[in-house]
Design a protein around this ligand. Sequence first.
Ligand SMILES: NC(=O)c1ccc[n+]([C@@H]2O[C@H](COP(=O)([O-])OP(=O)(O)OC[C@H]3O[C@@H](n4cnc5c(N)ncnc54)[C@H](OP(=O)(O)O)[C@@H]3O)[C@@H](O)[C@H]2O)c1
Length: 282
Amino acid sequence: MAVNTVLITGSSTGIGYHVAHGLKKRGYRVLATARQLKDVERLRSEGLESTQLDLDCSASIQQAMDWVEEETDGALFALFNNGAYGQPGAIEDLSRDVLRQQLETNLLGWHELTCRVLPLMRRQGYGRIIQNSSVLGLITLRFRGAYNTSKFALEGYTDTLRQELDGTGISVSLIEPGPVTSQFRDNAYAKFQQHINIQNSPFRSTYEAVEQRLSSESDTADMFTLGPDAVLKKVVHALESKRPKPRYYVTFPTYLFGYLRRILSTRMLDRLLLKVSRSENK
Ligand SMILES: NC(=O)c1ccc[n+]([C@@H]2O[C@H](COP(=O)([O-])OP(=O)(O)OC[C@H]3O[C@@H](n4cnc5c(N)ncnc54)[C@H](OP(=O)(O)O)[C@@H]3O)[C@@H](O)[C@H]2O)c1
């Protein structure tokens, strides 16, 4: 069986970029997609097979999948759903459109792509779907409401999908990174500036600290931040293990909060998470 072709979204930077190159080095055939043409060209110049895939656009997903089917004769071993962004801001400062946009990219685009890939995997009788979720799919923090919503939804979505695919030979795994070095914070800062009206917000004074955190080189999470190789290792396990895990924790904060959310009451967890948020936004 053709067990080596992996399709990746959001390969322009960060985790997707590192995993694409890492898997290629390991002998996989990597189909590294990116939202923007300039990144597709750069990835090709680096020796990767690449095409454009914008998760916000059904036509783009369709085109990318036509390309995948043609290139692989419909034999795709794995999908690494990865491309996403974080929209910072308090829940009451998010317009309906801004929240919808977050879900379009981080959830609905993944859904549409997954539904295009599943018939190929069902036909061949095996496959692996790997979802790059987050510690923020396990616990919540203030001003991360849009992103939290998308990743909590992804957790429920993926748990359901895993049950529905039981017995098909297709495994489904969630990766739960904590802070990992990437362009994530820069991209989140741009979305914050673009969509949040600071002056009209009841959180105006706190937002100054939020802005400082998003625009600074380092923050309090940095001592727990790992490089993207930590995610690659988990992806490799999810691809190569005979029994891929439903969830892979990455970084100390994920292990810690993954444990605490199971043993603390909601009230106690809230108190702890408020402390974390206040200390990172002071
Ligand atoms: N870094 C962390 O601390 C961390 C922690 C937990 C989870 N994660 C998860 O890791 C994944 C990768 O993020 P990252 O940390 O590597 O951040 P990143 O460097 O910002 O990379 C995000 C990738 O997603 C792509 N993307 C954004 N919108 C897209 C769209 N509409 N269609 C297709 N691709 C799109 C970006 O493309 P452009 O370059 O074109 O914008 C980029 O390639 C995300 O799912 C994120 O939620 C990251």
